[in-house]
Design a protein around this ligand. Structure first.
Ligand SMILES: [Zn+2]
Length: 70
């Protein structure tokens, strides 16, 4: 599995960081309510360069940017 340099750099970024230029949203954000007082949301992205898929999560217990595949 190989990912582009942009995706490599995206891993480990904070939840407030923006997706890199080649990442496009896939579907709608998923909202999770009730688990925590403020809930959280997840948004899927896919890279147009290397086709890697990321999920961005605002859940503090998860990685902000999770890479699924390259
Ligand atoms: Zn990429």
């Amino acid at each position: 599995m190989s990912i582009c340099d942009l995706c490599d750099g995206q891993q480990g970024k904070s939840s407030r960081s923006k997706p890199h230029d080649q990442l496009v949203k896939v579907g709608e954000a998923r909202l999770y309510r009730g688990v925590q007082p403020r809930g959280f949301e997840e948004q899927d992205y896919q890279c147009q360069c290397c086709a890697a898929k990321f999920t961005q999560s605002s859940n503090k217990n998860d990685l902000a940017w999770t890479l699924w595949q390259g």
